[in-house]
Ligand binder design. Sequence first.
Ligand SMILES: [Zn+2]
Length: 217
Amino acid sequence: MLDALLFTKTSPILASLYPDCLWKVNTKEKNLYLTFDDGPIPEITPFVLDELKKWKAKATFFCIGKNIEANPEIFKRIIREGHSIGNHTYNHTNGWKHTNLIYYKDIQKCARLISSFKIQHSAYPTPHLFRPPYGKLKISQYRALRSKYKIIMWDVLTFDFDLKKNAKSVLSAAVKHSAPGSVVVFHDSLKAKPKVEYALPKVLEHFTAKGFKFEKL
Ligand SMILES: [Zn+2]
């Protein structure tokens, strides 16, 4: 079973056990890959988009289907502004707690919704990117999904979703552990909102000053 949530920085050993997942982009270029899970929602996703625009940054949004359905205009804005979209299931379903059939159906429901928007943009539809909610995936699910989706895990987890962590620790996790090619996890969720509002502008400023670019997956 895959459960990568425990550490801020993903260990190469864990990553090597799941070689068909993307943990980090293999590059020496100063590129960072910011990812935002669990949106889109009006309380924080527009803030994230405004900040990314200010710094000419691109990112990847792993959207929950039911949030796309509730907030289609924000979803369309993500696409229009040239970011990538990934599938994060329709109901934020935990792969460990459900049968494979229920899990795959939830992913398909989100996939159908993502591809149902009639938007003309070079970035849409995006390649099949998938991130399992909670980072939890049974081996059988990993094997079944890896041929259809690029499964995106991460190199740096900021713990912005953790109510026990404060905004400064989220910022320092991102600053301390990100390196060329890092895939960094944030959340555009209510739980993460105050921490993202604090940390994201500073992360963008810090790494831009160091010559990094922010790219989408
Ligand atoms: Zn999630």
